[in-house]
Design a protein around this ligand. Structure first.
Ligand code: C2E
Ligand code: MG
Ligand code: MG
Ligand code: MG
Length: 272
C-alpha cells in the first residue's frame, strides 16, 4: 500500500513537471516570434524630481502582448528570454521604441532603458546603442541605461569597456536595484556610473524601519561622495516621499506619481 501511495505521488509530481516543461516550451516558441509579430510593447513610468515633481526621465518597461493570454509582465518572460538567447532582440526592440518615443516627446526629458548583464557583454552592444541613437535622433544625453544585475556579470572587463565607450558619447549609466542582487559594489568599482537606483525593497518600510532608513541614508552618503545622482524606486506614499526629500534624495519613482502606462508621458497623480 505504501508503495502504491508512493507511486501515485510520483505520478502526480511527474504530471506537474511535464506540465511545467510543456508551458515553458510553449512560451519559448511563442517568444521566438514575439518580436517579429510586433507583440513586444514598451510602457513607461516617470522619474520625478522629489522637490517639485518635475519629470526628468521616463523608465521604459517591456511588456509582451501575448495573443489569448493578455499582457505578460517582464517578471514572466525576461529571465526566459535571457536563458534561451532572445534578450538581444527584445532588448533592442525596447531600446528602439523607447528612443523614438523620447525623441517624439520633445519635452527634453530622458528615457531610461533596462539592460541585462547578458546584453552588455555582447560584442556589438555599443554599436547597437549608437545605431539606435542615430536612427531615432535622440541626443545621447537623453538616454540612460540601467544595468540590472539579475546574474553575476562574468565578462566584467568587456562590459566596462562598453560602459566607457557609451559614456564617451554622452549616454548616462545607472545601477538598477542598488543594494540587492549579486554585486552592487563590484559594479560600482568596475564601472564609472552616473546614477544609482535604490531598490524598492529598501523604500517599502521606510516609515517604520530605522534599519532601512539607516541603509538608505548610507546609500545617499555614498552617492554624495561619489558624485552620483540617486533615484529611489517604489515610492507609494506621500510620507515615503517626504522622508526621502528630507534625507536629501533628489529623484524618485513609484505608484505615488504614476503606474507604468503605454504613453511615454503619463500624467502625474499627485501634487508636490
Ligand atoms: P526595474 O527595472 O527595477 O523596474 C521597476 C519595477 O517596479 C517595474 O516592474 C515597475 O512597474 C515596478 N514599480 C514601479 N513603481 C512601483 C511601486 O510604487 N510599487 C511597486 N510594488 N512596484 C513598482 P515591471 O515593469 O514588472 O518590471 C520588472 C523588472 O523587469 C524591471 O525591474 C527590470 O529589471 C525588468 N525589465 C523590464 N523591462 C525590461 C527590459 O526591457 N529589458 C530588461 N533586460 N529587463 C527589463
Ligand atoms: Mg529599471
Ligand atoms: Mg529597479
Ligand atoms: Mg527590479
Amino acid at each position: 500500500l505504501a508503495k502504491d501511495r508512493g507511486r501515485a505521488r510520483y505520478e502526480v509530481f511527474d504530471d506537474d513537471l511535464r506540465y511545467r516543461i510543456h508551458q515553458r516550451l510553449d512560451s519559448e516558441l511563442a517568444l521566438r516570434d514575439a518580436v517579429d509579430l510586433g507583440e513586444i510593447e514598451t510602457w513607461y513610468q516617470p522619474i520625478v524630481d522629489l522637490q517639485n515633481h518635475t519629470v526628468v526621465a521616463t523608465e521604459a518597461l517591456a511588456r509582451w502582448r501575448r495573443p489569448e493570454r493578455g499582457l505578460v509582465m517582464p517578471g514572466d518572460f525576461i529571465a526566459l528570454a535571457e536563458e534561451v538567447g532572445l534578450i538581444k532582440g527584445i532588448g533592442s526592440t525596447v531600446l528602439g521604441q523607447a528612443c523614438r518615443a523620447a525623441t517624439a516627446l520633445e519635452q527634453g526629458m530622458a528615457v531610461s532603458v533596462n539592460v541585462s548583464a547578458r546584453q552588455f557583454v555582447q560584442d556589438d552592444f555599443g554599436d547597437v546603442v549608437k545605431r539606435v541613437l542615430a536612427e531615432s535622433g535622440l541626443p545621447p544625453e537623453r538616454l540612460w541605461l540601467e544595468l540590472t544585475e539579475s546574474a553575476v556579470l562574468e565578462a566584467i572587463d568587456s562590459a566596462a569597456r562598453t560602459f566607457q565607450e557609451l559614456r564617451g558619447v554622452g549616454v548616462r549609466l545607472a545601477i538598477d536595484d542598488f543594494g540587492t542582487g549579486y554585486s552592487s559594489f563590484t559594479h560600482l568599482r568596475a564601472f564609472t556610473v552616473d546614477l544609482l537606483k535604490i531598490d524598492l525593497t529598501f523604500i517599502r518600510d521606510l516609515e517604520s524601519s530605522d534599519h532601512d532608513r539607516a541603509i538608505v541614508e548610507g546609500i545617499l552618503r555614498l552617492a554624495d561622495s561619489l558624485n552620483l545622482d540617486v533615484v529611489a524606486e517604489g515610492i507609494e506614499t506621500a510620507s515615503q516621499r517626504d522622508l526621502l526629500r528630507g534625507m536629501g534624495c533628489r529623484y524618485g519613482q513609484g505608484y505615488l506619481f504614476s503606474k507604468p502606462a503605454p504613453s511615454a508621458y503619463p500624467a502625474l497623480l499627485v501634487a508636490p
